[in-house]
Design a protein around this ligand. Structure first.
Ligand code: SF4
Ligand code: SF4
Length: 156
């Protein structure tokens, strides 16, 4: 059986032995040579390939026409009801996209809408700079979605 020696316990307290042990353990995990500072916004960080950020509606690169077929699947897939698809039928009774709204204020970037899209139209891009000063600007219309997000590039 271990006998407790009160004078040892007192000495440990006086010389802060437990504190020093803890600090030694903490510093044993520190590797200052491996630390680095990201120079953002001057140098933009590279985000993961699978990162889901600002939404964009892609157009056909050859014709410039929208790739959206107004099927509404993205809106139905969204658990947050962030998407509204406006459409009408043309002379051939084909659905044609008229309007598209994406509310980024409520979006959780789950990617369900992108997965549901049967065309390469809807894309959640790697753009992560989505801060805005007001909620009213967080409802993106078709034009903004087709142009893509235009973040401010700071040079200072
Ligand atoms: S990423 Fe998720 S929450 Fe955002 S619009 Fe798409 S389905 Fe809705
Ligand atoms: S799922 Fe794709 S094609 Fe269908 S309405 Fe949404 S963006 Fe357009």
């Amino acid at each position: 059986m271990k006998v407790k020696r009160p004078e040892l316990s007192l000495l440990k307290k006086i010389f802060l032995v437990d504190l020093i042990k803890g600090l030694l353990l903490t510093f044993s995990y520190q590797r200052p040579s491996k630390n680095y500072t990201e120079q953002y916004p001057k140098v933009r960080p590279k985000v993961s390939e699978r990162y889901r950020g600002a939404p964009r509606l892609n157009n056909d690169p050859e014709t410039g026409e929208t790739l959206c077929i107004a099927c509404n699947l993205c809106a139905l897939a969204c658990p947050e009801h962030c998407i509204e698809v406006g459409w009408e039928r043309d002379a051939a009774s084909k659905k044609v996209l008229t309007d598209y709204t994406f509310d980024i204020s409520r979006c959780m970037f789950c990617g369900l809408c992108e997965d549901a899209c049967p065309t390469p139209c809807l894309e959640l891009t790697q753009d992560f700079e989505l801060s805005l000063y007001g909620r009213k600007d967080m409802k993106w219309d078709r034009q903004k979605l087709e142009e893509g997000n235009q973040p401010v590039v700071y040079t200072k």
